[in-house]
Write a protein that binds this ligand. Sequence first.
Ligand code: BEZ
Length: 394
Amino acid sequence: MSRSSRSPRRRLAQIAALTALTMAGAACGNSLSDDEAGSDGGLKIGLVVPASGVYEPLGVDMTRGFELYLDQNDGQLGGQDVEVVKADEGEGPDTGVPATTKLASQDQVSALVGIVNSATALGVKDVVTQSKVPLIVANAGADDLADGSPYIWRTSFTNGAVGASLGEEVAQAADGPVYMIAADYAAGKEFVAGFKEAFEAAGGDVAGEAYTPFGTTNDWQPFLSKIQNTDASAVYAFYAGAEAVNFVKQYQSFGLSEDLPLYGPGFLTEGGVLTAQGDAAEGVRTSLHYSNLIDSPENKEFVDAYTEAYDEAPTVYSVQAYDAAAVLDAAIAEADGTDGESVAKALAGVGEIESPRGTWSFDEDHNPDQTYFLREVQAVDGGFGNGVLEPLTD
Ligand code: BEZ
């Protein structure tokens, strides 16, 4: 897989040092150059992910996935040396929109990669369209974000599709009505709506639903007590990052995990979140387009390279950013120039992506056409992992 014979750790340390310096410059309001070429004559790519807030760990995984791809390709995309300019997305649009605007206008990057939060993604849509710089959304799943616009491409998912992928499975597995609970912002609403539609279409009954204040909820007890007082036989929940850790731990300590099986989009038990949840997450069933336990040679090679570089297994966030780099690599190699418009045009010709998640391609709206898997948290090698039970979609 790696074209570089240098030590992955040493090369990654160099890439991280270069991007850290670039970020420091950006924070001081310094633009490193006046055109799209990087300061070393290469190409500038803007990476905007959370370096603070509830979703900060997701940003770490995305940065690592993106940098691993660069490391494996001699620091180049499409044959051009790459300078990564980083900006902190923070927790929501208040921080994410100005950070993205600066990268697109002041730093004049050729493409943007990142964006974790759906509300932020919706807030930057006009910015990227007006600046004609393509954005490769490497996480945020807002349903209406990608609509075939030449400047918006997504290597992650739509919230509705992840939600819907679990509907029929839960309708068949649950003994009675199901309660739905989620973070109160665009993504939480869409994960629930997508799930509910597929669940009810498959004959499922809803016991109730609740939305918890995003980024400020620390105590889920009042919500868990409300669930206990319904006729729910199972719970479907969307949380990610620090909120997922607290919710799943409190679900267990409140005693609900004994009686009400817990389901949700796979972010509920992904990566460092699962390590922190420990046995509180055992048996939780989720759907997602990736697990680092996918049994394929491509995934094993990726997991080995990532683990060697970072001493940690990759997550779905790492893969989405790794694939964003792969997509840009293919597009820039074919583009007529390195300006945003040329890169955006070339993205239309990228075709199939061979990924650790399996082979996928962009659909007509520029979202991934991909398989979702049913996963279950199981004891693995002295810890816990998301075992892959079966594909839920083609
Ligand atoms: C979102 O806001 O779209 C999102 C955030 C974290 C995980 C998954 C989706």
